[in-house]
Design a protein around this ligand. Structure first.
Ligand code: NAG
Ligand code: NAG
Ligand code: NAG
Ligand code: NAG
Ligand code: NAG
Ligand code: NAG
Ligand code: NAG
Ligand code: NAG
Ligand code: NAG
Length: 427
């Protein structure tokens, strides 16, 4: 098959990737032991070529000036530059499995009816915001979210998204019980509202009428049969889940300020927007490998081999690297020597070698700082044009959800060809 880019240069390239993603999440987590009955899926996915040349011409031009409206998030959606870059890469069709249905994404389908369009995200986010912020909270029904998972940041968020989805399925407003047991912040309510914009502006009714409130535990294992609100009945689970994550993780201004200051400290020039295009690599190792959720640790070179050809096609030279393993930066130096210094490194200084067990032993204040470091990393990764990592990691899957909600359909580069349906690690 032939891929024709906008400059009419033809290239052919063999099918090469196995790729998939887990849609379903997470198990309730306690400690570090793996459940021996852990379901594993071996999948091979096709990286193939879209024959749809027509759609490459259809580019979404407009971007609504919505960044600063309350219900939308602080991250940039795709724009012309993103699509220009996408058109320099081979088309791929990837299939996300693990949900109720396979979700097939054609990276070269830029049609505005594409599920991962800005329009769809805006519609979903507006709907979610309005549902959670009614004009009058009296007489509304609520689902009180309690019991956050005792697990990694990514895993806890995925499970809150599940609880949120359960609330919406019953047409209830999701609300956090306070004080909660949220681990990843340093504030008195101890819920995700410590770092994100409030999930709702209602409060828990003091004298609920019968059935007005129910409790949902956010540390249940999974979401086997998700029910979408009628307005999203035709959307894939993968899309819906990404929207829920996106809503839950709207950074509040203090968080955003921290993130931007950190970027200003380590990036030159000091704004993320001035570093496009860049590729973000997250290398998950340590406990994920030790406890066999990942079948192996991959060398940084294995990751680079996945995208080196493609990024050169598109003249992408900047690479953001993060890992809980600080050895990664030495590996980068070696690789870049072999590549004659082609890559320019972006990184931030953060506390490394933290895994859930060590996090657990920290003070609340220390954990609050680490949470902000995580969110700095998430911000930089979600803003990236291209993404590399392992989707057995809850953290990487969080990044993947964000980027899909932002309209980024260039497939995630990953060395893995297998997935765990449930994961429980810190990141
Ligand atoms: C992958 O491609 C092969 C050969 O082109 C085809 O036989 C197979 O059905 C494809 N698998 C999927 C999941 O589309
Ligand atoms: C919101 O953003 C738009 C464009 O980015 C800007 O013109 C406007 O002044 C901003 N409004 C507020 C309230 O900050
Ligand atoms: C692009 O995606 C839309 C929505 O999923 C679909 O209706 C359309 O047929 C796709 N176009 C092509 C050429 O595959
Ligand atoms: C919640 O927000 C909505 C939308 O901004 C607003 O109309 C409503 O009055 C607010 N409710 C409360 C209790 O503040
Ligand atoms: C909300 O609705 C209740 C009952 O429907 C009403 O008594 C109350 O005045 C309303 N509150 C506001 C702020 O409109
Ligand atoms: C209470 O709500 C649940 C779902 O939230 C529903 O299944 C049940 O029938 C309701 N019970 C009453 C008495 O309304
Ligand atoms: C979902 O698809 C069905 C069948 O195409 C259609 O009748 C229905 O209106 C769609 N629902 C929404 C909310 O768009
Ligand atoms: C990449 O850079 C080279 C050298 O600067 C230039 O000739 C080429 O046109 C660029 N390619 C793209 C796709 O921008
Ligand atoms: C990076 O962080 C470490 C420990 O967190 C600290 O010792 C070091 O001074 C920092 N380096 C810079 C350049 O900020």
């Amino acid at each position: 098959m032939v891929y024709v880019n906008s400059n009419q240069i033809s290239t052919t390239k063999p099918i090469k990737i196995t790729f998939v993603i887990v849609v379903l999440i997470v198990c309730f987590v306690f400690g570090f032991r793996l459940d021996p009955g852990f379901p594993q899926v071996r999948i091979s996915l096709n990286r193939s070529y879209s024959s749809d040349i027509q759609s490459k011409q259809q580019i979404i031009h407009s971007f609504p000036p919505v960044y600063n409206s309350t219900h939308l998030w602080s991250m940039r959606f795709v724009d012309e530059n993103y699509f220009r870059l996408a058109r320099l890469l081979p088309c791929q069709i990837v299939e996300y499995i693990g949900g109720p249905k396979i979700d097939k994404i054609d990276s070269c389908n830029y049609s505005s009816t594409n599920e991962y369009s800005i329009e769809n995200t805006l519609q979903a986010q507006k709907w979610l915001y309005q549902h959670q912020h009614p004009m009058n909270c009296t007489n509304r029904k609520f689902a009180i979210i309690q019991n956050f998972a005792w697990s990694g940041f990514g895993a806890t968020i995925h499970q809150i998204a599940w609880a949120f989805g359960m609330a919406l399925a019953e047409n209830r407003i999701a609300i956090y019980e306070t004080p909660g047991y949220w681990f990843y912040g340093d504030c008195s309510v101890s819920t995700p509202d410590c770092v994100f914009l409030p999930i709702t502006n209602c409060s828990i009714p003091s004298k609920p009428y019968s059935n007005q409130t129910i409790h949902i535990s956010a540390r249940m294992n999974q979401w086997p049969n998700p029910i979408h609100p009628p307005i999203f009945e035709n959307r894939t689970f993968n899309w819906y889940r990404a929207q829920l994550l996106f809503y839950l993780m709207r950074y509040k201004s203090e968080t955003l300020t921290y993130v931007q200051n950190t970027i200003a400290q380590y990036f030159q020039p000091p704004l993320i927007d001035l570093h496009h295009p860049y590729i973000a690599v997250y290398v998950r190792r340590s406990d994920k490998v030790k406890y066999k959720e990942m079948c192996q640790a991959y060398t940084l070179k294995q990751y680079f081999d996945l995208f080196d050809f493609d990024v050169r096609q598109a003249n992408v030279t900047r690479v953001y690297i993060n890992s809980e393993d600080d050895q990664i930066f030495n590996e980068f130096i070696q690789i870049n020597k072999q590549k004659q210094g082609y890559y320019k490194l972006l990184s931030v200084n953060a506390t490394r070698n933290i895994v859930f067990a060590s996090f657990n032993r920290m003070t609340k204040q220390q954990r609050g700082k680490i949470a902000l470091e995580f969110l700095t990393d998430l911000f930089i990764e979600a803003n990236a044009d291209l993404h590399v990592g392992t989707l057995t990691s809850n953290w990487c899957r969080l990044v993947d959800g964000m980027r899909l909600a932002l309209g980024k359909t260039i497939p995630y580069y990953t060395p893995e060809n297998r997935y765990l349906m449930n994961t429980r690690r810190r990141r």
